[in-house]
Ligand binder design. Structure first.
Ligand code: MIG
Length: 680
């Protein structure tokens, strides 16, 4: 299990897998026995299904599955890979917006990993039916299975990343603080958001525009009443060092005279039904067509739609509703009404009443609808959507990123998506979708992070403050304290919820101070993000990755290793003025109040109760390490490249290598700086 052992990955092929774009290295398919796994064919519901299973030792810990509910250790639940627009992220949910079919098994005498490259429905029964058994079911039986073993957890994760390719690199400014809210509908509103931040010296780099900037929610349009001259406004904002980041949804409104619909139809880029007619379903703009992102021509077409917006100077976008989320189809509505009419004829039939209710409830994102349309990756080769459902968001990300590259191959654009599949990590980041202003959702984000990193999604984050529900000031503060460390640090909330921009609250100064810590850390965080991307590493790791021999550390669920030097342990309980933290080695506690105001307290390995007043949050630095803290600034353009402070152990001994934009290299300025420190 030492790091020196080389990892071996083997590919096993079942049925006729579809091309998913998940891997960048083509391994020969092996035919021998599959290590670790039993294989059986068929289930009660699906004759073609293939089931893989393995016996779990009581001590086995399971890591992976990216965007899913529950803990870092995935054991003890049944998950289903089926990308779903799910607004309730509670612990009995089986599916969220993404499918990240990677699992690492960490046991007493073995460490191995699985990647099921299957874009259809996959079930992960991880000790649910039987406590001591893990069963993975590919419903279609068409997949490439990758099995890896031979190294440590870290090496296994790295080997999968070598297989699936290098992570997306976001622009530097995207590490700045981003303010977003569903509802901003005009230049005036955006100006006000910016002004309120600037007046209070709350750092800010970007403002996201949600669907309200468009004309009737139609992609690639913007309302002239709210944004009379988009290009001029983009430039005006750039002068304020603000990047506008508009949303784009998956569906294209069915409307003659609307250019994307006309050209898309003309070029045949939309998904069709079996009879060749266009598949339509309602989403925000009304009835929409859905680009066939599995088809290269369709991707090119979609990527080109961004061009006018890029020409107007926009440098970043977020892609939404790409599971794809379907509000309803005409058939779905018709069936439900038919049932309701039946019900009217038999009003005393209570069971019928339930099925009527369910028919209406089931109109959204229905399996019947996902079976109604087809993709055509190549002319003449049709695949029914449900077989490749989990690829849709990844395809949209790919189309967008390809469009950006075609526009300017040398520029780094910001892109994050809601839905994803492994492989999409090469083209963009993701956000974790519609969380709620709940304390448990700080913890949930902390749990998802390492799983996402394992799958290559380094640039990610959750809606800080919570998307749904009404935030309280203390919750926003604790959310931001986690957000300081998330690559995507975005405050976002839903229409009709309490307004949660940092300036809306009574202790603005506290919220601002928290965000200043982010700006002090950006050079470090960006460098560590680079390092993780360029070395196929993880920015966030469960403690088991770094301390596999320490059984206590391996079961810690609410702390994470960050980069090469640090550990985080956020507070996620209301009214808690501190928390227990387990230190797997001696560490230096940096208790932050602001970028300029913090305590440094060396602590020994072991358990500690750390006092953390509402405005305080911790970062732990490993012995022998230091991190660079910049002076900070109100936006990333302002961040100095010198003058780093370096709180850390034994500053004379420790070193920190800065990874820069240009690749793996040390930053001479910081090196010089460190040398000066070393010289006294
Ligand atoms: O059906 O665009 O997750 O971030 O604000 C809701 C409106 C559609 C869902 C996204 C959310 C966004 C919202 N969208």
């Amino acid at each position: 299990m030492s790091e020196k052992n080389a990892v071996t990955i083997r590919r096993f092929c079942f049925g006729e897998p579809v091309e998913t774009d998940a891997v960048v290295v083509q391994l020969p398919a092996e035919t021998g026995p599959i290590p670790y796994l039993q294989v059986t064919k068929g289930t009660e519901d699906a004759a073609d299904a293939i089931c893989f299973s393995f016996r779990m030792d009581s001590k086995d810990i399971l890591f992976g599955l990216g965007e899913t509910v529950r803990g870092q250790n995935k054991r003890g639940h049944r998950y289903v890979s089926w990308n779903t627009d799910e607004t309730m992220h509670v612990e009995d949910k089986a599916s969220l917006y993404a499918s990240h079919n990677l699992l690492l098994v960490f046991g007493r005498n073995r460490v191995f990993g699985l990647f099921l490259d299957d874009p259809g429905r996959v079930t992960w029964d991880l000790g649910y039916t039987r406590t001591d058994e893990a069963v993975m079911i590919s419903e279609s039986g068409n997949l490439n299975l990758y099995v890896a073993d031979g190294g440590s957890l870290t090496e296994l994760a790295r080997a999968f990343r070598r297989l699936t390719g290098r992570s997306y690199l976001p622009p530097y400014w995207s590490l700045g603080y981003i303010q977003s809210r569903w509802g901003y509908a005009s230049e005036e509103e955006v100006r006000r958001v910016v002004r309120e931040h600037r007046e209070r010296k709350i750092p800010l780099d970007s403002v996201c525009l949600d669907i309200d900037y468009m004309v009737h929610f139609k992609n690639f349009t913007w309302r002239r009443d709210g944004f009379p001259d988009l290009g001029a406004f983009v430039q005006e904002m750039r002068k304020e060092h603000i990047h506008l980041v508009p949303i784009i949804d998956a569906g294209i409104r069915t409307e003659e005279g609307y250019a994307p619909y006309d050209s898309g139809r003309e070029q045949g880029v939309f998904c069709r039904r079996e009879d060749g007619t266009l598949f339509e379903a309602a989403v925000w703009p009304g009835m929409c067509c859905f680009p066939d992102f599995l088809n290269r021509k369709a991707r090119e077409w979609f990527g080109a739609q961004y061009r006018p917006l890029l020409e107007a100077g926009l440098e970043g976008f977020w892609n939404d509703m790409n599971e794809p989320s379907l509000f309803f189809t005409e058939e779905g509505i018709r069936d439900a009404f038919r049932r309701a009419e039946e019900q009217q004829k038999h009003p005393e039939d209570y069971e019928g009443m339930w099925s009527t209710k369910n028919a209406f409830n089931g109109i959204q994102n229905s399996m019947a609808d996902y079976r109604q349309f087809y993709h055509e990756p190549e002319a003449g080769k049709r695949i029914r959507h449900d077989r490749v459902h989990n690829l849709y968001g990844a395809g949209m990300t790919r189309a967008t990123a390809e469009g950006f590259r075609a526009f300017d191959p040398n520029k780094r654009f910001l892109l994050f998506s809601r839905s994803s599949y492994i492989g999409a990590h090469r083209n963009g980041g993701i956000w974790m979708g519609d969380n709620i202003s709940w304390w448990s959702h700080i913890e949930l984000a902390l749990h998802m992070l390492p799983g996402l990193n394992m799958c290559g999604f380094l640039y990610c984050g959750c809606d800080l403050g919570g998307f749904g529900g009404n935030v309280t000031e203390d919750l926003l503060e604790r959310f931001l304290q986690l957000g300081v460390f998330l690559p995507l640090m975005r405050n976002h909330s839903a229409l009709h919820t309490r307004e949660q921009e940092a300036y809306r609250f009574s202790n603005v100064e506290t919220l601002r101070n928290t965000i200043t810590v982010r700006y002090a850390l950006i050079p470090y965080l960006y460098s560590e993000l680079m390092k993780a991307a360029l070395t196929d590493g993880m920015l966030y790791r469960p403690l088991a990755f770094d301390y596999p021999e320490d059984e206590r550390a391996c079961r810690v669920e609410d702390q994470l290793m960050l980069g090469g030097e640090c550990m985080i342990a956020p507070v996620y309980r209301q009214n808690a003025w501190g928390r227990m933290v387990y230190l797997p080695e001696d560490m230096l506690l940096v208790r932050f109040r602001s970028a300029a105001d913090y305590d440094l307290i060396p602590l020994e390995k072991g358990d500690h109760y750390i006092d953390l007043k509402p405005e305080e949050f911790p970062l732990f630095i490993r012995r022998g390490c230091l991190i660079p803290l910049s002076e900070g600034g109100e936006y990333t353009d302002m961040l100095p490249e010198t003058g780093f402070r370096t709180p850390g152990w034994d500053a004379e001994e420790a070193e920190y290598l800065l990874y820069t934009d240009d690749g793996i290299s040390t930053a001479p300025k910081l090196e010089d700086h460190l040398r000066k420190i070393r010289q006294g």
